[in-house]
Design a protein around this ligand. Structure first.
Ligand SMILES: [Zn+2]
Length: 236
C-alpha cells in the first residue's frame, strides 16, 4: 500500500477555502506551508483554514532563495513569518501546536545550512515524521537529520502557468513515471511519500480545481493519506 503525507506550499490564496473544504470532505489532513506575505494578502482565507483546524507551517516571509541571503536575513525572513502566523492563530482562536518549516525552493541556505538547522532546532520548530521513509537518497542527502520538511514527490503543477508546454498531461506523466530523475515513483510498491503541491490561484486559472484532479488520481490508485505526524524528540 502506498501512503502519503500531503504538504501544500505558498499558502494562502483565494482558493484556500475550497482546498480546505475538499480535503476535509475526503478526510485528507495536509500541512500547509505559508509565506507571511501571502497570509497578509489573503488573511480571511488563511483564517478560514486555521479555524478548520489546519496545520500551517512557516515557509519564510517573502519566499527568497535562502542561499542568496546572509544568515541574519534568513532569520529575519523566518521570524517575520512567525509573527504573522502567531497572529493568524490568535485571531483564529486556534492553538498553534505544531511549527514545521520548509525552505522556499527547498534551498537550505548554502553556506548557512548548518547554522540554520541549529537555529530552527533551538527555536523549537517541529520535524515532520520521516522515519518511515526508506529511500537511500533520503539518508544520503542527510534529509533524515534535517529539521526542515523536504519532500519525496513534487507534482510540479506550478509549471503550468510558467510554461505553456507543461500541461495537465505533464503532471500525469510525472505521477506515473516509475523511474523519476528526482524523488521516488509515486505509485511504486509500498512507497511512502511526503507530497508537494501548491496553493496557487494562477494554476486554478489554467486548470480549475487542479488539486481535486490530482488527489482523485492518487485515491484511485490506492494511495492512503497519513495524518501529519511530528517526531517526538522535536516536540518540547
Ligand atoms: Zn514555495
Amino acid at each position: 500500500m502506498n501512503t502519503a503525507t500531503l504538504t501544500i506550499d505558498d499558502f494562502s490564496s483565494k482558493n484556500t477555502p475550497a482546498i480546505v473544504d475538499y480535503l476535509q470532505e475526503k478526510g485528507i489532513k495536509p500541512i500547509f506551508f505559508a509565506t507571511g506575505q501571502n497570509v497578509e494578502h489573503y488573511y480571511e482565507e488563511a483564517l478560514y483554514a486555521v479555524r478548520k483546524g489546519m496545520i500551517v507551517g512557516n515557509h519564510s516571509y517573502s519566499h527568497p532563495a535562502f542561499s542568496s541571503l546572509s544568515l541574519e536575513e534568513c532569520i529575519r525572513e523566518i521570524e517575520n513569518c512567525e509573527s504573522v502566523l502567531d497572529r493568524l492563530y490568535r485571531d483564529g482562536g486556534a492553538e498553534r501546536r505544531f511549527r514545521p518549516f520548509r525552505f522556499p525552493y527547498g534551498d537550505k541556505g548554502g553556506e548557512n545550512k548548518a547554522a540554520l538547522q541549529k537555529y530552527l532546532k533551538e527555536q523549537g520548530f517541529h520535524k515532520v515524521e520521516d522515519t518511515h521513509l526508506s529511500y537511500p537518497w533520503w539518508k544520503e542527502n542527510g534529509l533524515d537529520r534535517d529539521i526542515d520538511t523536504f519532500w519525496t514527490f513534487d507534482f510540479a503543477e506550478y509549471n503550468m502557468h510558467l510554461n505553456p508546454d507543461f500541461t495537465k498531461e505533464s503532471v500525469w506523466k510525472r505521477m506515473h513515471d516509475d523511474k523519476p530523475e528526482n524523488g521516488a515513483a509515486l505509485f511504486g510498491k509500498n512507497n511512502r511519500h511526503i507530497l508537494l503541491l501548491h496553493a496557487h490561484d494562477e494554476t486554478e486559472e489554467i486548470l480549475p480545481e487542479y488539486y481535486k484532479l490530482f488527489m482523485e488520481e492518487l485515491l484511485k490508485n490506492g494511495v492512503t493519506f497519513d495524518e501529519p505526524a511530528f517526531q517526538s524528540s522535536s516536540i518540547t
